[in-house]
Design a protein around this ligand. Structure first.
Ligand SMILES: *[C@@H]1O[C@H](CO)[C@@H](O)[C@H](O)[C@H]1NC(C)=O
Length: 321
């Protein structure tokens, strides 16, 4: 019996079907909505800043990760690239003493997109300078969609991972400081199934690995257009010892050949988690933050809530608690 159970669970593991742990998000107080595609980090004085999709990028702050979160205003009034006043998917990183915010300007379902860059030395409302294009853009019919930028430093160079649907996730080397892309972009993740539904990549370094997190499935408008079960947003991961490629899932399957292991999917009253990022928190250790639908509240984009969980990498793969 034990032997059977052991080999059965070994089989499940080998098949990559092992149940991802699906804990509920931590408590959140204050403004926990208005949290689509969150980017969270602390300023040097310890205050937590949260950036999210919509308008000129919403800014909320809190004294602790769990809140209370307060709305502060928007980072920008519009994008210098095209005047767009509805910007998406902020990604904020401290580089030296300057915060770099990559944002997307696009329209839903369109490949006419660009990733813009704004900088600030404090992250506060009124301090952001828009530099316009990061050099990453796309047009209808191209191989990728230039949205959802995420900056990573590998110890010697900057890289921006980006993209969604179409050709899925791409990456490009950035100049130092990372104001512009340099060279050409290359694919790091591709799901050949269905609508090639990967987007919202985020690379997090832990131990000797780069973990490529991404969101797969239908993100938005879930109140009016809900996909078949399992095709709503969910959080996936692959890992590599190099930042520039070689990402594989738990079974060793190449992430560019539809590989990817589930990190967090719908469970209980949590539906369609995604738009994730990670942060090394001084209190909790590594945490993952994301948006999700609470099915007891509502499925509209405006109803989506901020979710945060602790993450352990002790098994070599992210496990949420
Ligand atoms: C690939 O896409 C299909 C839907 O088209 C989805 O069911 C599957 O989970 C995705 N796989 C990965 C590894 O993201």
């Amino acid at each position: 019996m034990f032997g059977f159970l052991r080999s059965f669970s070994a089989l499940l593991l080998a098949a990559g079907l092992a149940q991802a742990s699906s804990p509920n998000p931590m408590a959140c107080s204050g403004v926990c909505g208005n949290a689509h595609d969150p980017s969270i980090l602390q300023s040097t004085d310890g205050t937590y800043y949260r950036f999210s999709t919509g308008g000129g990028i919403a800014i909320h702050t809190a004294p602790a990760l769990t809140g209370p979160w307060t709305y502060k205003g928007e980072a920008l009034s519009s994008s210098k690239i095209d005047g767009n006043t509805d910007l998406w998917a902020p990604d904020v990183t401290l580089v030296g003493s300057t915060y770099y915010m990559y944002y997307s300007t696009s329209s839903f379902g369109s490949q006419n997109s660009a990733i813009g860059l704004a900088t600030s030395t404090s992250m506060n409302v009124g301090t952001w300078t828009d530099h316009g294009s990061s050099g990453v853009s796309s047009k209808s019919g191209g191989t990728y969609n230039a949205i959802d930028g995420n900056l990573i430093w590998d110890g010697s160079a900057f890289y921006l991972s980006f993209g969604s649907f179409y050709g899925d996730i791409y990456q490009v080397a950035m100049a130092n400081p990372p104001l512009k892309s340099t060279g050409s972009s290359y694919n790091i993740e591709y799901n050949s199934t269905g609508t090639r539904p990967s987007e919202g990549s985020f690379i997090f370094t832990w131990g000797s690995y780069y973990y490529l997190f991404f969101s797969s499935g239908s993100c938005c408008g879930l109140d009016t257009n809900r996909p078949t079960a399992g095709n709503e947003y969910k959080i996936m991961v692959c890992r590599s010892t190099k930042v520039t490629g070689g990402f594989v899932d738990k079974t060793g399957k190449d992430c560019r050949a539809s590989g990817g292991s589930l990190v967090l999917g719908s469970h209980g009253t949590v539906y369609a988690p995604g738009g994730q990022g990670l942060y090394m928190d001084p209190t909790y250790g590594p945490v993952i933050f994301y948006h999700y639908v609470d099915t007891t509240i509502g499925y509209a984009d405006a109803d989506k809530l901020l979710g945060i969980n602790k993450v352990s990498f002790s098994s070599g793969w992210p496990v949420l608690s």
